[in-house]
Design a protein around this ligand. Structure first.
Ligand SMILES: NC(=O)c1ccc[n+]([C@@H]2O[C@H](COP(=O)([O-])OP(=O)(O)OC[C@H]3O[C@@H](n4cnc5c(N)ncnc54)[C@H](OP(=O)(O)O)[C@@H]3O)[C@@H](O)[C@H]2O)c1
Length: 317
């Protein structure tokens, strides 16, 4: 045991589960919170919208670090219920930041590459590039970033409230639909039997990043910030990303190759954005990892195909 304690919000989610693992396997005392999937035993049930519940959990668990993974992160669900999504992504983040800042707790707020517009020719984005979300999900995450940084500033605890932006995630999942990448493995299987062909985007460039790697980066950041006395000298915003770039169509091609399946049922869709559509999708939100590298944090990642081969046991004895 390191004697260090971390509380992970969203610990029942795709990323939160791996953040818990990353800290636990490195000797930290870890507590996780969830909501609908919390069992009340290993994972505490906390509605982050209820500040007094959050306060009680912080005072009972007394962490030095909180990794804030909980969010509504499905863009279509955000559009369907904007008020609940804003309450969780922005207001609950602000309230958590205020409570953590008052207790000198380091807060790592997980954010997204969707804070950027991803217009052709703009990437890679440095941490200080001008944001410009193209959808409400990205806007709520950006507003959450601003709220967290602002609460720490107001409490004169700058350097204890930080943002870590990540791109589309893949990894161990309870169901493929938990990840926009894992779900494509399902799409390839379904295309084997389907009567009509599936159109798959072959325009937007994605950087699928493994949740285990994000967990490790959160752990390394926590150590770095706790161990640095002059926290004011450290950056407030950091970005992590794999350098593997692929369209969704290319991800399907890799899955088909690993599984020995056919791509006949999937056609590449290179149409891109309809210039008249009100919401323009990002083309390329590649996040620069320079700020992490400058801190000496390891930004290496799992090899995409290698990880999937192991995951599906695609090997010969
Ligand atoms: N997944 C991606 O591709 C991706 C890409 C970029 C950035 N991110 C960011 O990474 C973070 C983690 O995403 P994820 O993919 O792990 O999300 P996820 O799998 O959808 O998990 C969301 C988590 O939030 C919890 N939650 C929902 N409503 C809550 C509430 N009212 N109070 C407390 N907890 C609540 C959920 O708990 P229950 O399930 O128990 O209800 C769950 O643990 C998010 O901040 C997201 O914006 C994700």
């Amino acid at each position: 045991m390191t004697g260090r304690k971390v509380l992970v919000t969203g610990a029942t989610g795709l990323l939160g589960r791996q953040v818990v693992n990353a800290f636990e396997s490195r000797g930290w005392d870890v507590k996780g919170t969830g909501y609908s999937r919390a069992d009340g035993v290993s994972i505490i049930k906390v509605d982050l919208g209820n500040a007094s519940d959050v306060e009680r959990v912080l005072d009972e668990t007394k962490p030095q670090v909180v990794v804030h993974c909980a969010a509504q992160r499905f863009p279509d669900k955000v559009d369907k219920d904007p008020e609940a999504s804003k309450a969780l992504n922005i207001e609950a983040s602000r309230s958590l930041a205020k409570l953590c800042a008052a207790r000198d707790i380091l807060l790592i707020y997980i954010s997204t590459d969707y804070v950027f517009s991803g217009k052709p020719g703009e990437a890679p984005y440095e941490t200080d590039a001008t944001p410009g979300p193209t959808n409400l999900y990205g806007q709520t995450k950006l507003d959450g970033e601003v709220a967290v940084i602002d609460e720490y500033k107001q409490a004169s605890k700058e350097g204890l409230g930080i943002v870590l932006r990540v791109p589309v995630l893949y990894g161990k999942a309870e169901t493929p639909s938990e990840s926009a990448v894992n779900v494509l493995m399902d799409a390839v299987w379904k295309a084997q039997e389907a009567e009509s062909k599936t159109k798959m985007d072959h325009w937007a460039i994605r950087y699928p990043t493994n949740t285990e790697d994000v967990g490790r980066v959160c752990h390394d950041l926590a150590n770095k910030y706790l161990e640095t006395t002059d926290k004011n000298s450290l950056p407030r915003i950091l970005q992590f990303s794999s350098e593997d770039n692929m369209t969704k169509y290319e991800i399907c091609q890799k899955f088909a190759e690993i599984m020995g399946l056919s791509m006949d049922g999937i056609v590449a869709n290179t149409e891109g954005n309809d210039p008249n559509a009100s919401v323009q999708r990002p083309y390329d939100c590649h996040l620069s990892t320079k700020a992490l590298k400058d801190l000496g944090i390891d930004v290496s990642t799992n090899d995409f195909v290698g990880w999937w081969r192991r995951e599906v046991h695609a090997f010969r004895h």
